[in-house]
Design a protein around this ligand. Structure first.
Ligand code: UDP
Ligand code: MG
Length: 136
């Protein structure tokens, strides 16, 4: 049975700054993702704090929120069969040093904090995150 899903992807400031957004979008398209919605924005730190609220108790929370709001990002809704998991696979491990060959983070990630992309980690969070950026 088919299971078309949508997931939220963010091209983070380190990648936008290096003009990697077109190349990263090509990687999504080559894997069969459709880019349903897309916008280039810069968010306030307060918005980043809301977006990453699940991480509020983590030691890296403050730096993470400063970083996500530090420059332009590209936010996208991606659609494909089993999109949530497929996107996590294409992104690779959180730490680029541990990411598999052929993944976005292996190819472009600089460090665990500057790891070039965000992707929703579950279908429930995908809905919440898509609403966060595209509700209106
Ligand atoms: N992060 C970090 N230091 C860590 C763990 C995570 O800076 O030790 C950052 C990293 O940018 C990561 C984000 O926090 O992408 C969210 O962490 P999560 O565990 O949700 O990783 P992801 O789902 O992005 O792979
Ligand atoms: Mg996560």
């Amino acid at each position: 049975m088919s299971n078309i899903e949508q997931t939220l992807s963010i091209i983070k400031p380190d990648a936008v700054e290096r003009n990697l957004d077109s190349e990263i979008k090509e990687m999504f398209k080559n894997k069969g993702f459709k880019i349903i919605k897309e916008k280039k924005i810069q968010i306030e730190k307060l918005e980043a704090e809301k977006f990453y609220k699940v991480h509020e108790t983590k030691p890296f929370y403050n730096d993470l929120c400063s970083y996500l709001s530090s420059g332009p990002i590209v936010v996208m809704v991606l659609e494909k069969e089993n999109a949530v998991l497929a996107n996590r696979e294409l992104m690779g491990a959180t730490n680029p040093q541990e990411a598999a060959e052929g993944t976005i983070r292996k190819k472009y990630g600089i460090s665990i904090d500057k790891n070039s992309v965000h992707g929703s980690d579950s279908t429930d969070n995908a809905k919440i995150e898509i609403d966060f950026f595209f509700k209106d």
